[in-house]
Design a protein around this ligand. Structure first.
Ligand SMILES: O=c1ccn([C@@H]2O[C@H](COP(=O)(O)O)[C@@H](O)[C@H]2O)c(=O)[nH]1
Length: 475
């Protein structure tokens, strides 16, 4: 006999297809895997009838499964409106997990009233690996809540359930991918051939479809072993040894100011970043002293020159002129804009100084910058042939790097989310490391313009390192 829930689920599945909440083609998932199906349940908020039907179905589903809870919590963001509607329908309170703590007032991560040891049921839209549910669970458990169940609208059946199970969470899915394939095939929405492609895709052993271990799950020590660029290798080791992933942007204009910063903040940083062309009294002795301090405090020097010309010009800019950058810097930034010739030019100018780690700009932190997604992807492609000289990228999002030996440097960091008058955007240390996927955060004015740069640098160092350790636990 067909239960009323079965009938409602079928109708809902067809309606979800109609509003393009799932699509078929060739899609690159967050894990980098190519998938013949893509779920985008974000569209449902534009269809009140779908929101209503989905809420009713989940409500019945929870009743059928006899799941009890004191609180509900939707995984941000798509599941938030669903959790809200369910909370009203079930007359059960809900909680909201912030993606980052407020930088003012209570600094809470979990909003809403609750008691210790209350049970919280998680609501999620689509599950592939289950990592988003785990992130939310971790914050709820840290507050003393008990999380044992999660309801998901669609389970892609790619290891998420097993992953959650290992972490003490039972996942209940309203729809699975095989179920949706059957419903759509029976209603002639997809043909036999597509159904077969989809079934073949799901029947791949989980090992094959499991996302490969991402750099975000790996320690810097492990990544040092994988890094192909020698300078990146050393940098990973310095970070782990000194327990710091803070890069200081020493954006001051006098040599003694830079040297003072290097001496006083050296113990707390892994990289000191310069813009030599803003220094008014540049001289060779300054470089000698700076190198001495880098050695004394075990940090690396990065010249943030952001080269952007053809290979020949860049090779001259790098090795000649007043600054002779190639002779002293460990790390260097460059734009990918001119094409791979820029990397060839830099490589040719390395001469007898063999060790260089280039960071290509894949994304920028400033508002309105023109580096599109396509540009960022092409930058990553360009790196592949230059793994000996490229140490990493400058970026603002977590999924560009799939080679764990590369380092992501993320500028735009302040203790509080803010901006400057010229479009610079700042995020907190935790947001930079956990949400943007930065391995190293760059901090300039947040430290150098503070009243007590040493104490403030220590705070950045501590918060950035704690966020990195936290990232290893949640991923
Ligand atoms: O996208 C980018 C690339 C580089 N930067 C550089 O980082 C520092 C940031 O300094 P703050 O004072 O912390 O804003 C600066 O040297 C930039 O040239 C960046 O901000 N964004």
């Amino acid at each position: 006999m067909v239960s009323s829930l079965d009938k409602e689920k079928k109708e809902l599945a067809l309606r979800l297809y109609q509003i393009s909440a799932f699509k078929f083609g060739s899609y690159t998932l967050k894990s980098g895997e190519i998938s013949p199906v893509y779920f985008d349940l974000r569209v449902i908020i534009s269809y009140p009838d779908v929101m209503q039907k989905l809420t009713d179905c989940i409500y019945k589903f929870i009743e059928d499964k006899e799941i009890q809870c004191d609180q509900l919590c939707g995984v941000p963001y798509t599941a938030l409106p669903l959790a809200t509607l369910l909370s009203v329908k079930m007359r059960q309170p809900m909680l909201i997990r912030r993606k980052e703590a407020k930088s003012y007032g209570t600094k809470k991560l979990i909003e809403g009233k609750f008691q210790l040891e209350e049970t919280c049921l998680i609501i999620e839209d689509v599950v592939t690996t289950g990592s988003s549910i785990l992130e939310t669970t971790k914050d709820l458990r840290n507050e003393g809540l008990v999380v044992e169940d999660a309801i998901v609208v669609v389970d892609r059946q790619q290891g998420g359930s097993q992953h959650l199970d290992k972490n003490g969470i039972k996942m209940h899915s309203l729809f699975t991918l095989p179920y949706l394939i059957n419903v759509l095939k029976d209603d002639n929405k997809i043909n036999e051939e597509l159904a077969k492609t989809l079934n073949d895709y799901i029947s791949k052993p989980i090992e094959n479809s499991k996302p490969k271990m991402s750099r975000l799950q790996m320690s810097f020590t492990k990544r040092a072993d994988i890094a192909k660029n020698e300078v990146a290798k050393t940098l990973f080791k310095i970070m782990e040894l000194k327990k710091t992933n803070l890069c200081l942007a020493a954006d001051v204009t006098k040599t003694d100011e830079i040297l003072n910063l290097a001496e006083s903040l050296g113990p707390y940083i892994c990289v000191l970043k310069t813009h030599v062309d803003i220094i008014e009294d540049f001289n060779d002795d300054f470089i000698k002293s700076l190198k001495g301090l880098a050695e004394k405090h075990n940090f690396m020097l990065m010249e943030d020159r952001k080269f952007a010309d053809i290979g020949n010009t860049v090779s001259l800019q790098f090795s000649k002129g007043v600054y002779k950058i190639s002779e002293w810097t460990d790390l260097l930034t460059a734009h990918s804009l001119p094409g791979s010739g820029i990397l060839k030019g830099l490589k040719s100018a390395m001469s007898n100084k063999n060790q260089l780690g280039i960071f290509l700009l894949a994304e920028m932190s400033s508002e309105g910058n023109l580096l599109s997604k396509e540009y960022s992807g092409q930058t990553m492609d360009m790196i592949k042939d230059f793994s000996d000289i490229v140490a990493g990228i400058v970026a603002q999002t977590p999924n560009l790097i799939d080679d764990a030996g590369l380092i992501q440097l993320s500028p735009g960091c302040r203790l509080e989310e803010s901006g400057d008058d010229f479009g610079q955007k700042y995020n907190t240390p935790e947001y930079i490391i956990n949400e943007k996927g930065g391995d190293i955060a760059v901090v300039g004015r947040g430290i150098i313009e503070s009243k007590n740069p040493v104490e403030v640098a220590k705070t950045y160092r501590d918060r950035l390192w704690a966020a990195y350790e936290n990232r290893l636990n949640i991923n």
